[in-house]
Unconditional design. Structure first.
Length: 201
């Protein structure tokens, strides 16, 4: 069912209008089976979004804890983002719900708050701290403040995502960003250089 929800969001479904029967039909199971595990449609949707968040977190953690230099790992994260967000609706839906710019029903909002509490201990911050520490060990970064390092990395990652969205012609209603005429490789080099520069000033 998680996969069914994510597929539907990526196809442009509004989470407010999804029905349990839509989800179970996509998943190939009976509606009654869904209610054996979940109390409501809202619970299914938010758990699916949470599952997607955790999958992305685990993959990024594998990249950071694997072999390679700071630059190689950073570029692998950018590559993963490009691959994973090839259909950015799920990502943008999460951002818009988190920032309050996505109109959702009160019942979904309450379930989303529960989700945030449930995954509060799963933080990307510690993963990024390990990556930034490697950058300092290699003599690439000089900034010592962990909060500034995380902020700089996430800012450049978001800049990369914005470029990908604009250049690949993704759904402008979901993420309205105008194209800037650069390739993913050019964008990757630019955001990496910007990251290094910002953390050495």
């Amino acid at each position: 069912m998680y996969g069914a929800v994510i597929e539907m969001i990526n196809e442009g479904w509004d989470v407010n209008t999804m029905k349990v029967s839509d989800i179970t039909a996509r998943a190939g199971i009976g509606k009654g089976t869904a209610y054996e595990y979940f109390s409501s449609k809202e619970a299914i949707i938010t758990m699916a979004l949470g599952h997607d968040i955790l999958k992305k977190h685990v993959q990024i953690e594998k990249i950071v804890d694997g072999g390679g230099t700071f630059e190689e790992k950073t570029n692998r994260i950018f590559d993963y983002v490009e691959e994973e967000f090839g259909k950015p609706q799920t990502f943008c839906t999460l951002v818009r719900i988190g920032t309050g710019s996505y109109e959702i029903s009160e019942s979904i909002r309450q379930e989303y708050k529960k989700l945030q509490e449930d995954i509060s201990g799963i933080s990307i911050e510690f993963v990024l701290d390990r990556l930034m520490e490697q950058g300092r060990r290699e003599g690439i970064l000089s900034q010592q403040n962990p909060g500034l390092c995380r902020t700089a990395f996430l800012a450049q990652l978001m800049a990369y995502v914005a470029i990908l969205i604009s250049e690949k012609g993704w759904n402008r209603e979901v993420c309205p960003v105008e194209g800037c005429g650069v390739s993913a490789e050019e964008a990757k080099r630019f955001v990496y250089a910007s990251l290094v520069k910002s953390l050495n000033e």
